[in-house]
Ligand binder design. Structure first.
Ligand SMILES: CC(C)(COP(=O)(O)OP(=O)(O)OC[C@H]1O[C@@H](n2cnc3c(N)ncnc32)[C@H](O)[C@@H]1OP(=O)(O)O)[C@@H](O)C(=O)NCCC(=O)NCCS
Length: 133
């Protein structure tokens, strides 16, 4: 599991109880997973297909720092399945786990397209050509 992105819990991320709003967390994770999928599949046309049970293990408070981790667990023909974990850098608590987030690689027609990969890359060798300048 590689933890890359960190977020600072700000007032706009809180629920009425004064703790981190689950919707904010899911938005961050979905974007993190999209970027992960783009860089693994070499295509910026990827879409969220499925998320398994989301386990909100602990909360976070305003001012806490949280970090998000993802790992590819399965390369399908057109899909990529990832596992996600978010932890609180201050309390060291695990905040959230998602066992399976599935993204699908799509073509220009929006239909699933084979991505041709079967293993994780740890370098930046799959940056989509259309994003390159
Ligand atoms: C993503 C989308 C193009 C897939 O279309 P589809 O007809 O379901 O495609 P397929 O049945 O060929 O499945 C494509 C891949 O997704 C996987 N898949 C489909 N349904 C799945 C499910 N419920 N859970 C996990 N994986 C699933 C398939 O196993 C396949 O993977 P593989 O090729 O690696 O074996 C279509 O469902 C779609 O456009 N969904 C909306 C996506 C979106 O807008 N997301 C963001 C907003 S929430």
């Amino acid at each position: 599991m590689t933890f890359r992105t960190r977020r600072w819990v700000r007032p706009e991320d809180l629920n009425p109880n004064g703790t981190l709003f689950g919707g904010s967390l899911l938005k961050w994770i979905d974007e993190e997973a999209a970027i992960y999928a783009i860089l693994q599949l070499g295509n910026d046309h990827v879409v969220t297909k499925y998320m398994s049970e989301i386990n909100f293990v602990a909360s976070a408070r305003q001012g806490d720092l949280v970090e998000m981790g993802l790992r590819a667990v399965h390369f399908g023909r057109t899909s990529l399945t990832m596992r996600a974990e978010v932890r609180n850098m201050i309390t060291k608590d695990k905040i959230l786990t998602i066992d399976r987030i599935v993204f699908v690689n799509v073509g220009d027609d929006g239909r699933p397209a084979p991505h041709g990969y079967s293993e994780i890359t740890l370098t930046r060798d799959r940056i989509p050509a259309r994003l390159s300048r």
